[in-house]
Design a protein around this ligand. Structure first.
Ligand SMILES: Nc1ncnc2c1ncn2[C@@H]1O[C@H](COP(=O)(O)OP(=O)(O)OP(=O)(O)O)[C@@H](O)[C@H]1O
Length: 228
C-alpha cells in the first residue's frame, strides 16, 4: 500500500494555462523526496492538494488508499493531523512563546497536558532549540524560527511531512542543517516531501526527485540517477 498516490490529477483555474496537468505518482512509506521545477510549475499546488487546501479538478489523490475527495468538513482536520506542513514564512504566532507555538497541534488534538510538555520538549531538542522554549518567535533568528515551524509540523508525529520551499530564506549552511533534520525523519516514521526550486541543494541530498514543468510531471528521478 502506497502512503500517497496521485492518479491522473489535474488542477485548473479559469484563465490559468495549467496548475497541474494529468499528474500520476506514488510515494511509499519512509521515503524522502523532492518536488522541483521552475516558478509556476505547480509545486505548491501539488503540496496543497495533499493537505487539502486545494481540491483536484480531475483525477484522484489517495492517502493510505483513502480517496481524499471523500475527506470533507469535520474530517479535514483529522486528515491534517496526519500531514504536517512547513511553510517558507513560518506562520508562527508572534505573541506566543516557542513552546506554545509548538504545542498548538497537540492541544488541538486533545493530547493530555503532561504528554504535551514531554513531546514539545523532545521535539525542541530534536531541532536544536531545547533551551529556547520560553522565547518569543521574534526574539529568534530566521533559521531558528524556521526550526520552530518544523518542530510544530512534526510534534504530532504525522505520517507525512510536506514542506514548501522550507529553506528559501536561509543561508546555505543553515539550509543544509535543515535538510539533514528532514533527512532524519523517515527513520522516525515520517515520510518527507519537499518542494524546492534549489536544484543544487536537491541534487546534494541524493533523494528521489519529481520534476514538474508547466503543471506536468516530466521526470521522476531515482537517487542513483542524479548527476553529481
Ligand atoms: N489559487 C489560484 N488561482 C489561480 N491560479 C493559481 C492559483 N494557485 C496557483 N495558480 C497558478 O498555478 C500555477 C502553478 O502555481 P504554483 O504556486 O503551484 O507553482 P510553484 O511551482 O509552486 O511556483 P513557485 O516556485 O513560484 O512557488 C501558476 O501558474 C499559478 O499562477
Amino acid at each position: 500500500m502506497s502512503l500517497l498516490r496521485f492518479d491522473n490529477v489535474s488542477k485548473t483555474w479559469p484563465g490559468v494555462a495549467a496548475g497541474l496537468s494529468d499528474v500520476s505518482f506514488r510515494v511509499e512509506d519512509g521515503e524522502m523526496l523532492f518536488v522541483t521545477g521552475h516558478s509556476g510549475a505547480g509545486k505548491s499546488t501539488l503540496l496543497r492538494l495533499v493537505h487539502l487546501s486545494e481540491r483536484p479538478s480531475r483525477g484522484t489523490v489517495l492517502f493510505e488508499e483513502r480517496n481524499l475527495a471523500k475527506v470533507r468538513g469535520s474530517k479535514v482536520p483529522l486528515h491534517r493531523r496526519q500531514v504536517g506542513v512547513v511553510f517558507q514564512d513560518h506562520r508562527l504566532l508572534t505573541d506566543r512563546t516557542v513552546f506554545d507555538n509548538v504545542a498548538l497541534p497537540l492541544l488541538i488534538a486533545g493530547t493530555p497536558a503532561a504528554e504535551v510538555g514531554k513531546r514539545v520538549r523532545h521535539v525542541l531538542d530534536q531541532v536544536g532549540l531545547g533551551d529556547r522554549g520560553k522565547a518569543l518567535p521574534l526574539q529568534l533568528s530566521t533559521g531558528e524560527q524556521q526550526r520552530v515551524g518544523i518542530a510544530r509540523a512534526i510534534v504530532a508525529q504525522p505520517k507525512l511531512l510536506v514542506a514548501d520551499e522550507p529553506t528559501g530564506n536561509l543561508d546555505p549552511q543553515l539550509a543544509a542543517e535543515i535538510m539533514q533534520l528532514f533527512a532524519s525523519l523517515p527513520a522516525l516514521g515520517t515520510t518527507v516531501m519537499i518542494a524546492s526550486h534549489d536544484l543544487a541543494l536537491v541534487k546534494r541530498m541524493r533523494r528521489r526527485v519529481l520534476v514538474l514543468d508547466h503543471g506536468r510531471l516530466v521526470d521522476d528521478i531515482a537517487p542513483e540517477d542524479l548527476a553529481a
